[in-house]
Write a protein that binds this ligand. Structure first.
Ligand code: GLC
Length: 530
């Protein structure tokens, strides 16, 4: 089996390689399809490693490819230690890891510890074994409220809409913070812990370089499962309300310490947690020295294209990790949120703003998480009702369209769908015809394309001395603008979100997100100066 220590010497030398790495999130279903079934797979990813190397990323995060009935597209795991036939097999996984390492790209994989699939053998056993059984103790089964138990045990709602409890034929209820096909595991149960440890070792022994931990602020549940404040629930995929009893319970930290102990036995590996927790101090608790190596921070995702909002997101993200010694992480898009070209207004303005925000993000110290397709400037897609597959659509009674619009398969080449993604005409989500000018092929040789901007920016980030150091200082700037300087290396990044051009700070232009207006920085534009 390959370990990190088998990597080529250039990239193996630094144990904490992840501290300034650029990760690239591969939404496996949508990246590249090697066998013509319209769904992306592991050999498909392998066939595009040359592209990823050219783009300049250091590591991949693969979304779940484990055995799953796909009620939540793989986040409902029936066997965490096997590959779903839809995506390949263990041999295909080993080929991918070996080839990625040949390309000096590390591989990290998703872990889903909060819940399993309802078709996991444990849950099936629990259903058959009945109330009070050992089998039920691995999940969160309770009797209902009301004289006949016909009311759910508490008022919790599922993140995907509707109640977080489902009743089984013998009258008991089980908890699912997500879809009913994703029953929550009972983290008080020693077998649940032992099983995760086995899963960690299984993939570490196969050579993975780390994990992304799904719902890392979930797992632990509060004593007595008290009711939640329904009105306090934030919209979106996950709530980040500090008083939400469903998430961020103190017991979760012991689980992260267990995970860290295992990982410390595999030097050079790392874990990043999905942590939708807004309070800086509570967030910081997850990245203490004996817990996660990194925590996702979603403040940039949540900020509008507005200099003050972006600056505040940056300052909070840095403050949250300042006392912990861990680097900040930066994300503009992922498989759960509207793609940022669209969030910033769509069309030409959305693209220009996305270009500007890419330079802001890539100027920051710490860890970058790119989402597949953002380097092509893909917008969210307005899919027709018939195409929608995200459980949110059904669960919300067709009021929330869900996350499919950011998960449409990648356009690689050619002028009509499936744009080289697959040989099948019907891809799992349909691609818009207008994506002909957004293919990787169309953008590769065009110096003005989004792809070229990413390649150039990533190249500078990797090699230019001005990116040294971890601290920022902010300059005074006109309203609607900001400028910061990397204290160590001296790189200056200026952003203009106002409606008028503004004077540039002093320095030589290293890269700009769009044309300059003489010696002025135009609206919707960012620039790097040295
Ligand atoms: C995380 C994933 C999301 C998934 C959910 C349930 O939020 O990012 O895609 O639906 O967890 O596993």
């Amino acid at each position: 089996m390959r370990r990190s220590s088998d990597l080529s010497p250039e990239i193996a030398e630094e144990a904490a390689w992840w501290r300034d790495a650029v990760f690239y999130q591969v939404y496996v279903r949508s990246f590249a399809d090697s066998n013509g079934d319209g769904v992306g797979d592991l050999d498909g990813i392998r066939s595009r490693l040359g592209y990823l190397e050219l783009l300049g990323v250091d590591a991949l995060w693969l979304t779940p490819f484990y055995r799953s009935p796909m009620a939540d597209h793989g986040y409902d795991v029936a066997d965490p230690r096997d590959v779903d036939p839809l995506f390949g097999d263990l041999a295909a996984f080993d080929r991918l890891v070996a080839d990625a390492h040949e390309h000096n790209i590390r591989v990290t994989v998703d872990l889903v510890p909060n819940h399993s699939s309802d078709l996991h053998e444990w849950f099936q056993e629990a259903l058959h074994a009945g109330p009070g059984s050992m089998e039920r103790a691995r999940y969160i089964f309770r009797d209902g409220r009301g004289f006949d138990g016909s009311q759910p045990p508490n008022n919790w709602v599922s993140v995907f809409g509707g109640p977080a409890w489902t009743r089984v034929p013998d009258g008991q209820w089980y908890l699912h913070l997500f879809a009913p096909e994703q029953p929550d595991l009972n983290w008080e149960h020693p077998e649940v812990r032992a099983d995760l440890e086995q899963t960690l070792r299984f993939w570490l022994d196969r050579g993975v370089d780390g994990f992304r931990i799904d719902v890392a602020h979930g797992m632990a549940k509060p004593e007595g499962l008290p009711d939640m404040h329904i009105q306090a629930q934030a919209p979106g995929v996950l709530s980040d309300d500090a008083h939400d009893p469903r998430f961020d319970n103190d017991g979760v930290h012991e689980i992260h310490r267990m995970i860290r102990k295992v990982m410390d036995g595999y030097p050079g590996t790392m874990a990043v947690g999905e942590i939708w927790v807004k309070d800086d101090e509570r967030f910081a608790a997850y990245v203490r020295p004996d817990e996660l190596h990194l925590g996702f921070n979603f403040r940039l995702v949540e900020a509008d294209f507005d200099a003050d909002a972006v600056r505040s997101a940056i300052e909070h993200s840095l403050a949250a990790v300042a006392l912990t010694g861990t680097p900040a992480t930066w994300t503009l898009s992922n498989h759960d949120v509207v793609r940022h070209v669209t969030r910033y207004g769509g069309g030409t303005a959305g693209e220009q703003r996305a270009r500007a925000m890419t330079l802001v993000e890539l100027a920051l110290p710490g860890v970058i998480y790119l989402y597949n397709g953002e380097e092509l400037g893909l917008p969210n897609v307005e899919l027709p009702d018939w195409a929608l597959q995200d459980p949110t659509w059904e669960r919300s009674g067709h009021t929330e369209r869900g996350r499919d619009g950011c998960r449409v398969p990648i356009p690689w080449e050619g002028t009509t769908p499936p744009f080289g993604f697959s040989t099948a005409v019907n891809t799992w989500l349909p691609q818009p015809n207008e994506w002909d000018h957004l293919t990787a092929e169309a953008q590769l040789e065009d110096p003005g394309s989004m792809l070229s901007l990413y390649r150039e920016a990533l190249e500078h980030r990797k090699s230019h001395a001005s990116f040294a150091g971890t601290e920022l200082e902010w300059y005074g700037a006109p309203a609607g603008c900001f400028a910061f300087r990397r204290k160590g290396g001296g790189l200056i990044c200026a952003l203009n979100t106002s409606g008028a051009s503004v004077p540039l700070p002093p320095g030589q232009v290293l890269l700009s997100s769009g044309p300059m207006d003489g010696d002025q920085l135009p609206p919707d534009t960012a620039v790097w100066l040295v």
